[in-house]
Ligand binder design. Structure first.
Ligand SMILES: [Zn+2]
Length: 278
């Protein structure tokens, strides 16, 4: 029998880099969970209902603008004002391209069919959307929410090559993040909130607090527009969050994921002397 496996076992037992327990993940003020409130598609009800509700409580959200949306053209000053008040203007592409081949996608217009685009075309458009957002809010760091959660263009994945362009990228699927240290900033899950009442929304943030992780709630319309939650449900959630700032860190997705990436980087243990590879 070779003696090499025994030597490796001894090394593992003696080496702190292997034997050390994982470093605990902490939120900035010792809160129990982070909550990202996100609003996709640049809708009137977000400016008319969601932004005033957030501002009343001093909470910050992330608004993912589809740059070609009529609401961006008509209400550019309102979006700019929201950014000045500390809300994030996130990237949700120029034209909200989704795969028309998926079930229930009759609404996808042929000129906005992701299946008919190359990954390179989509990447160029998303980067142009970031340039336009920079012209609106002056920010250089932001996050991206993949329209419909569809990452596959006609010739392959387009989102992974964009990970260096953003603090983080959201895709669909999942609800409360199970583990912060292993969370991939390039594919963060989001919880759809369409149709949920106040109690159901509060149950999601409470679950995040129990786990000590985070939840990303994505809204569309608030009290109006498509895929809506009621303004009452939205208000109940905000009251719950604002009443317990020691439990919930409610912040823009940009700020939350900047913190998460710093925590993940600092949790990587240094190799002890003599074990570093050249
Ligand atoms: Zn969308």
């Amino acid at each position: 029998m070779s003696r090499l496996p025994v030597a490796l076992w001894l090394l593992a037992a003696m080496c702190p880099a292997i034997a050390a327990p994982p470093v605990a993940f902490e939120w900035p003020q010792g809160q129990r969970a982070a909550v990202s409130l996100a609003y996709d598609d640049a809708l009137d009800s977000q400016l008319d209902t969601a932004v005033p509700a957030l501002d009343r409580h001093g909470l910050k959200g992330s608004f993912y603008l589809t740059l070609s949306a009529d609401t961006v053209r008509r209400r550019l000053d309102d979006w700019r004002e929201a950014a000045r008040n500390g809300h994030e203007l996130g990237n949700h592409s120029l034209f909200h391209q989704c795969a028309a081949s998926k079930p229930g996608r009759d609404w996808v217009r042929p000129e906005h069919d992701l299946d008919a685009m190359t990954a390179r075309q989509m990447q160029e458009q998303v980067r142009l959307a970031s340039t336009m957002l920079h012209a609106i809010d002056g920010a250089t760091l932001r996050t991206f929410t993949v329209p419909c959660g569809d990452t596959l263009a006609g010739d392959g994945d387009y989102a992974s090559d964009l990970s260096a362009d953003f603090v983080a990228i959201k895709v669909t699927g999942g609800a409360v993040v199970p583990d912060m240290q292993t969370l991939d900033a390039g594919a963060v899950p989001v919880a759809a909130s369409v149709g949920l009442d106040g109690a159901a929304l509060i149950a999601l943030v409470d679950e995040a607090a129990r786990r000590g992780t985070m939840v990303n709630l994505t809204f569309h319309g608030v009290g109006a527009d498509h895929l809506a939650v009621s303004s009452e449900a939205h208000a109940q959630l905000l009251e719950h969050l604002a009443a317990a700032p020691d439990i919930y860190w409610t912040a823009s997705f940009r700020d939350i994921m900047t913190w998460v990436r710093q925590q993940q980087a600092s949790a990587v243990p240094d190799a002890p002397p003599g074990t570093r590879t050249p």
